[in-house]
Design a protein around this ligand. Sequence first.
Ligand SMILES: [Cu+2]
Length: 117
Amino acid sequence: MKMKRIPLLMIALVTLAAPPSSFALAGAENFSVGYTKAHDITPNTFTVKTGEKVHIEINPSDTATGCMSEIMIPGLWDKPQPLVKGKKNVMEFTPHKPGAYKITCAMGVQRGVVNVR
Ligand SMILES: [Cu+2]
């Protein structure tokens, strides 16, 4: 029984030593976003400034399936990212042109908007 406690202690120490979340990038506008199958991404509307770095972090509570299983922001973040429960997604970009950029699935169905002022 005593031997079994050692690996547990090691796991606890490794967990404590893990680096902090990448959330809150210095000098950027930071957004923390949730995802559930029932409500999709929340929040889903963002207002940012031209020339200012944006850091959007999505922490899914569910694994998305079907049409909405991937997310992208055409014109700002063009690589579709899968929404997987417990797997953090980070989208970092600096908008260079004002406009309303749709947040979409990989096929282009709208699920939100990034307003660049
Ligand atoms: Cu789709």
